[in-house]
Design a binder for this molecule. Structure first.
Ligand code: G4P
Ligand code: NA
Ligand code: NA
Length: 193
């Protein structure tokens, strides 16, 4: 997605350890116009898939997922990282290991929001090692829902996430694909859409 690649070139900052800082438009301050364009692009790609729910994880996945869901005219569900006080009902849960934080955490969605009738589009802002997306796939599978694909805003292609998800049989569509962050420079691969 050219508009996204241009924005990363202009406003992205490379931190050491292979991290791309995009806090001025994705992960902290959020650009609504760009998020709308991103969400609508995912909706276009998955327009014929019969998607019934868009699933993401808080916090930074919510903005692009919401716009995709709006365009597809389906609900958006975000998995929670902490158990909410009002989540007294039955939960779908899975464990997500973070390589960066070296901790395993539980993510969850109320069972009542996903069923075996659902066809899900999963969306997230970053794909690094793929543990968050894998956890979301597992939540959907626990509900018997079918995951039709995974839409990623920024894929770090030098990490293992895409391989892991494709080995699970998932279709991965990334709007920006980053080959390398070496020497403080962002090098791109051709994006998927
Ligand atoms: P994994 O899910 O791919 O296995 O990722 P990892 O544990 O390595 O990443 C943990 C968090 O860092 C995730 O956000 C992920 O989206 C984010 N992340 C990974 N690589 C980058 C990067 O290069 N730049 C930025 N800005 N973020 C990155 P989180 O903390 O769980 O989410 P959120 O609440 O901020 O959305
Ligand atoms: Na995220
Ligand atoms: Na994030």
């Amino acid at each position: 997605m050219e508009e996204l690649v241009q924005r990363i070139k202009e406003d992205g900052r490379v931190l050491g350890e292979g991290v791309l800082k995009v806090d001025s438009f994705v992960t902290h301050q959020v650009d609504p116009d760009l998020m709308e364009a991103i969400g609508y692009r995912f909706a276009e790609v998955f327009a014929e898939a019969g998607i019934t729910k868009v699933v993401t994880i808080e916090a930074s996945g919510i903005a692009p997922a919401l716009f995709a869901a709006k365009k597809l005219a389906v609900p958006m569900i975000f998995a929670r990282k902490a158990k909410s006080l009002t989540m007294d009902e039955e939960l779908l849960t899975s464990s997500v290991y973070s390589f960066t934080k070296q901790v395993t955490s539980q993510i969850s969605i109320s069972r009542k929001f996903l069923s075996s009738d659902d066809k899900v589009l999963i969306i997230d802002d970053f794909l690094a090692n793929g543990q968050a997306a894998k956890g979301l796939v597992e939540l959907c599978q626990q509900a018997g829902a079918k995951v039709d694909g995974i839409g990623i805003v920024i894929e770090k292609s030098f990490q293992d996430g895409r391989d892991l998800l494709e080995e699970m049989g998932m279709r991965v569509v990334s709007l920006a694909r980053i080959a390398s962050l070496k020497n403080g420079e962002v090098e791109f691969l051709e994006g998927d859409a």
